[in-house]
Design a protein around this ligand. Structure first.
Ligand code: FE2
Ligand code: FE2
Length: 264
């Protein structure tokens, strides 16, 4: 099966751009169009948060309208730029089958992989958090998978990635989460966003894969000395191809202008 993983839209109000500069809505429309045309067809789309720029209802509605063009099911989790209850009211019918708006956690079981959505946001805070209740809930969901492969998707990566902007935000309860994750050997991947970079890290017996953003990319500064900045880039996303034989293979897809194809 083929999973498209898109993240960090930061969709501004109609007629506006993210930070006044990045046409993230246009970029999302391009990605949706691209995902709809991938062959073999994409089975489902996972959205790892920061859907809105400033948690405004008109931004959430604009995002929903853009995502409605996807030909396949999609599932969302909120990010620190979103307001969970607002997203839930916009996406509950399609894209967010969480039972409670303040606890946007749920599992999707219609595929050969069990997908677990984990809400890592804390109202008003840029960083992530998993509380004891969520760790217990996740443990139950992983146990219920009974060995079926699992993908967890959440906004904040539970690790530091060597970049100032998001390492400073932190993740409360990462140890708690790690203790649960380490108990299971069927977690194919933890898919995240938040960093606005295409970054992959081994963690607690699995791999954390972070998707790039809708053209609002973090300026990569591994010296961690420059002031945090972003660059305007082409929108990009990850395509995860899963088969029982090869498990999960991940490809980065960037909508940069290219030339070709030419024959090798
Ligand atoms: Fe973001
Ligand atoms: Fe974020």
């Amino acid at each position: 099966m083929l999973i498209a993983h898109i993240s960090d839209f930061h969709i501004a109000a109609p007629g506006e751009k993210a930070y006044g500069v990045v046409p993230t809505a246009e970029n999302l429309a391009r990605c949706v169009d691209h995902i709809n045309q991938v062959q073999p067809a994409v089975d489902l789309v996972l959205v790892t948060g920061d859907i809105t720029a400033n948690a405004l209802p008109e931004e959430a509605l604009r995002s929903a309208k853009l995502l409605a063009h996807l030909k396949m099911p999609f599932y969302i989790v909120p990010g620190n730029h979103d307001e969970s209850e607002q997203l839930w009211s916009v996406f509950a019918e399609k894209g967010c089958p969480a039972i409670k708006p303040d606890f946007v956690n749920y599992a999707v079981d219609d595929y050969p992989i069990r997908f677990i959505a984990l809400d890592s946001t804390v109202a008003g805070e840029p960083g992530g958090e998993i509380c004891a209740d969520q760790a217990v809930w996740l443990d139950e969901q992983l146990a219920a998978a009974e060995g079926k492969p699992v993908i967890i998707f959440m906004h904040h990566p539970p690790i530091k990635c060597g970049v100032l902007e998001t390492d400073e935000d932190g993740f409360v309860g990462a140890d708690l989460l790690g203790e649960v994750v380490e108990k299971y050997n069927n977690i194919e991947r933890i898919l995240c966003g938040h960093i606005h970079l295409n970054t992959h890290v081994r963690w607690c017996g699995t791999v954390v894969s972070i998707a790039p953003s809708m053209g609002l990319q973090l300026l990569l500064d591994l010296t961690m000395k420059l002031p945090s900045s972003f660059i305007k880039d082409a929108p990009a996303y990850l395509l995860h191809y899963w088969s029982p034989e090869q498990q999960l293979i991940s490809h980065a897809v960037s909508l940069h202008e290219t030339q070709g194809p030419y024959q090798f």
